[in-house]
Design a protein around this ligand. Structure first.
Ligand SMILES: *[C@@H]1O[C@H](CO)[C@@H](O)[C@H](O)[C@H]1NC(C)=O
Ligand SMILES: *[C@@H]1O[C@H](CO)[C@@H](O)[C@H](O)[C@H]1NC(C)=O
Ligand SMILES: *[C@@H]1O[C@H](CO)[C@@H](O)[C@H](O)[C@H]1NC(C)=O
Ligand SMILES: *[C@@H]1O[C@H](CO)[C@@H](O)[C@H](O)[C@H]1NC(C)=O
Ligand SMILES: *[C@@H]1O[C@H](CO)[C@@H](O)[C@H](O)[C@H]1NC(C)=O
Length: 350
C-alpha cells in the first residue's frame, strides 16, 4: 500500500548529502487485510509539544517550529550543516532503515490566507453568519461563494512565500517535492502566491495536484462549494487536476453538512491515496483550518489550530499493518440549522 523511494545517501563524514535520483522500492501488494496507520513522531517540532500554545505561536519566528536539537545521525554531517539539513539527513536515514512497510514523510500543512467569507463571518458575527449569511453567495457588495482571498489574505500568503525564501537562503531547507492543493479558490490562490515565486529546483517544480478531498469540511455554506473543473483549469492552467475530478461539485449539498467523523474518513482516504502513490518524502498540502484539523487527527497529532495563512510541518510515520481497517462507512449529511429572517448586525461593543 505504501509507495516510498529510498534515496541513496552518501554517509561520508562531511557530506551528508542525499543522491537526488530516487528509485522506488517495491510497494507492498495491496491487500484488503492490511491498511495504513499514521502517527506523528513527536520531539522534532514545537507544535507537537503540549507546552506550545497554538494561540500565540508564530511559525515564522521559530524556523517553522523545528526544535534545536541533535539527531543520532549528526556525526555523518558537517558541522556547518543547518538544523534543517541535519533533520533532512536524519529523516532520509529513517526511511533507509525502516523497510518497505514503514514510510516517513514531512508534511507541510498550509492554511489559506484570509478569504471574503472570513471577513463576512467577523462582520456579521458567527451566529448570524451560520444561520443566514453563510448560505447565500454574498451580500451585494461582497461575494463569498467559493471565496477568494482578501488583500490581507494575499499578504499572509506572501509572508509564507517570504519565509520559505528566507529558509531556503539561511537554512537550506528541503523544498517540497510534491504539492497538493484543495480545489477551493482561496487555496488555489494561496498555494500560487506561496510557491510560484520561489527558486525551486527543476526536478521538483511547483506543479500542484488539485485533490477533491483536501477541501474544507462541507458545511452547506456557499464558501465550501467549489468551482467547476473548467473554471479551475482555466484560472490555474499550470495546476494538475487529479484523475476522476468531476466537472461539477458533486459533494456540496445546499443546506446540508458533512458529519465530522465522515470528514476524518475522507481525510484518511486522500492521505492513503497520497502515501500509496507518492514516493516523495517532503510534501506540501495547501488546505483549510477545519480540514487541517481533521488531517492532524488522522496523523494522531495533538489539536493545533492554525490562523489564516499559517503553516505547520509534521513528521509522519505511516505503517502498513495487517488486520481489518476501521470501518469507512459514512452516514448521510445532516441538515444545517438556518433562520429565515435577516438577523440584526451585532452591536458594536468596542
Ligand atoms: C499531551 O496532552 C495529552 C492530552 O492532555 C496527553 O494525553 C499526552 O500524554 C500529553 N503528552 C505529553 C508528551 O505530555
Ligand atoms: C534555534 O537557535 C537559533 C540560534 O542558535 C535561534 O535563532 C532559533 O530561534 C532557535 N529556534 C528554536 C525553535 O528554538
Ligand atoms: C457586505 O459584507 C461586508 C463584510 O463582509 C461589509 O463590509 C459590507 O458592508 C456588506 N455590504 C452590505 C451591503 O451590507
Ligand atoms: C500567481 O502568483 C503570482 C505572484 O504573486 C501572480 O503574479 C499571478 O497572477 C498568480 N496567478 C494566479 C493564477 O493567481
Ligand atoms: C463553469 O463555471 C464558470 C464560472 O463560474 C461558468 O461561467 C461556466 O458556465 C461553467 N461551465 C459549465 C460547463 O457549467
Amino acid at each position: 500500500m505504501l509507495f516510498k523511494y529510498i534515496q541513496a545517501v552518501s554517509c561520508l563524514a562531511v557530506t551528508c548529502t542525499a543522491n537526488s535520483t530516487p528509485h522506488p522500492t517495491s510497494a507492498l501488494e495491496y491487500s484488503s487485510s492490511a491498511y495504513i496507520e499514521y502517527s506523528t513522531v513527536p520531539g522534532f517540532f514545537l507544535q507537537d509539544d503540549n507546552a506550545t500554545d497554538p494561540g500565540t505561536f508564530d511559525y515564522t519566528a521559530t524556523n517553522f517550529g523545528l526544535i534545536n536539537r541533535t539527531y543520532p545521525t549528526d556525526n555523518q554531517c558537517s558541522d556547518s550543516f543547518t538544523q534543517w539539513q541535519k533533520f533532512k539527513h536524519y529523516v532520509t536515514t529513517l526511511n533507509i532503515r525502516s523497510g518497505k512497510d514503514v514510510d516517513y514523510k514531512v508534511v507541510f500543512l498550509g492554511n489559506h490566507g484570509e478569504g471574503y467569507h472570513n471577513l463576512a463571518e467577523s462582520y456579521y458575527g458567527t451566529p448570524a453568519w451560520n444561520c443566514y449569511w453563510s448560505i447565500r453567495d454574498g451580500n451585494g457588495t461582497s461575494v463569498w461563494a467559493d471565496a477568494k482571498i482578501t488583500p490581507n489574505g494575499a499578504a499572509q500568503a506572501q509572508k509564507a512565500a517570504d519565509f520559505w525564501a528566507s529558509r531556503i537562503a539561511l537554512q537550506k531547507i528541503p523544498l517540497p517535492q510534491s504539492y497538493y492543493v484543495s480545489p477551493l479558490t482561496r487555496c488555489l490562490q494561496t498555494a500560487n502566491i506561496t510557491f510560484s515565486q520561489l527558486p525551486l529546483s527543476r526536478t521538483h517544480p511547483f506543479v500542484p495536484t488539485v485533490k477533491e478531498l483536501f477541501r474544507e469540511g462541507i458545511s452547506g455554506h456557499t464558501c465550501d462549494r467549489r468551482g467547476n473543473r473548467t473554471y479551475i483549469h482555466d484560472a490555474f492552467p499550470r495546476y494538475q487536476i487529479e484523475a476522476g475530478f468531476s466537472e461539477e461539485d458533486l459533494l456540496f449539498k445546499p443546506l446540508e453538512g458533512e458529519v465530522p467523523t465522515d470528514q476524518d474518513i475522507r481525510s484518511k482516504t486522500v492521505l492513503d491515496d497520497v502515501f500509496g502513490s507518492d514516493g516523495h518524502t517532503w510534501i506540501s498540502v495547501t488546505s483549510h483550518s477545519g480540514e487541517i484539523a481533521s488531517i492532524l487527527r488522522v496523523f494522531g497529532h495533538r489539536t493545533f489550530s492554525l490562523n489564516t495563512g499559517a503553516v505547520i510541518p509534521v513528521l509522519v510515520k505511516a505503517e502498513t499493518v495487517s488486520g481489518t481497517p476501521a470501518s469507512t462507512a459514512t452516514v448521510p449529511y445532516t441538515t444545517i440549522s438556518t433562520c429565515s429572517t435577516q438577523p440584526p448586525l451585532p452591536t458594536a461593543t468596542i
